[in-house]
Design a protein around this ligand. Sequence first.
Ligand code: NAD
Length: 378
Amino acid sequence: MKIGIPCEILPLEKRVATVPEVVSKLVQLGFSVAVQSGAGVAAHCDDAAYQAVGAEVLPDAATLWAASDIVLKVRPPTADEVALMRPGTLLIGFIWPAQNPALMEALQAKQATVLAIDCLPRTLSRAQKMDALTSTAGVSGYRAVIEAANAFGRYFNGQITAAGKVPPAKVFIAGAGVAGLAAIGTAANLGAIVRANDTRAEVADQVKSLGGEFVKVDYEEDGAGGGGYAKVMSEGFQAAQRQMYAQEAKNADIIITTALIPGKPAPKLITAEMVQSMKPGSVIVDMAAEQGGNCELTVPNEAVVRHGVTILGYTDLASRLAKQSSTLYATNLLRLLEELCKAKDGVAVVNMEDDAIRGLTVVKDGALTWPAPPLKTA
Ligand code: NAD
């Protein structure tokens, strides 16, 4: 079967669904690989690099989609892309079925089979190698710190110089999931003093192991909402948390917010008043900007200054490290394709008896198979 890699066409998207280092491994599985000319350029993978490892370079999107049995993408396809899709195509990429009902219908009409990498059952340990949400969140958390450092007017680490003593930056991280933990590790490695909070008490040890201090809300309620994810907290908890965050905001030079609750708008944790209380020159990176933001003053996709505080609402953090995130993503998809092609004969077989594969198959031969039934094993 031929695997096709089209250009990502959404604005700001620099990633590509596979990189030359992975193409050679796809070829070893028996697949042939075609890449749309220029698909990897923004991720520093040019056409020649793909050709050197055996990929065919096709001139445009129409030719690419028409030639491909399997299409690997990063972003969900647009209506124009679905129109180019051959009936019966196997599509693999981020789909977000709950947010994209029209896309789901169009894919069914095309008799497609669709593996939504965002629907992978992440708690299955053997699915971890395919977990693109984790890879992406890790890159984004790292990049959030780099963006904060870029916008901040001082060092992160404390220094004693002939010109005087420089205090370390104080960083507060709201939400210590995958992205938050990556941000904690990166900020601590740069020498900042890092404090972090999450509604799930179980992350306290992980925060400590990365060099941060876990700050607990003074209210007895745990935020674990099942499957490792958070729940919406009670009014009482939220009030106690606001009080604690108001103190943290006054002390912090940098706040990075990552708090999300599946299927809900992002919790508003940083109020306008808290922003006003921060020191001039402080920085907030709101990693939840795409889901409505954790900070009341965030503008998605923009850097704004409010009350002397720079608030970054970038939603393309992973794409800002395009080569790194593309390489990790390509490796996650390679691991998935290895599962689909155990015979190494270049034929992908979607085995609905396999828990991991069942979980991420949202359309099978044109029939809706989302949402998947609960896992049989964990
Ligand atoms: P996420 O992006 O949904 O949320 C980010 C963090 O925000 C979470 O830690 C959440 O608890 C926190 N949060 C939500 N509301 C909050 C609030 N009001 N205040 C403070 N923090 C709040 O989560 P994620 O990063 O995708 O990971 C969620 C969980 O899934 C983690 O426990 C992670 O370890 C787990 N996970 C497990 C596996 C696996 O088992 N293989 C794989 C990946 C992730």
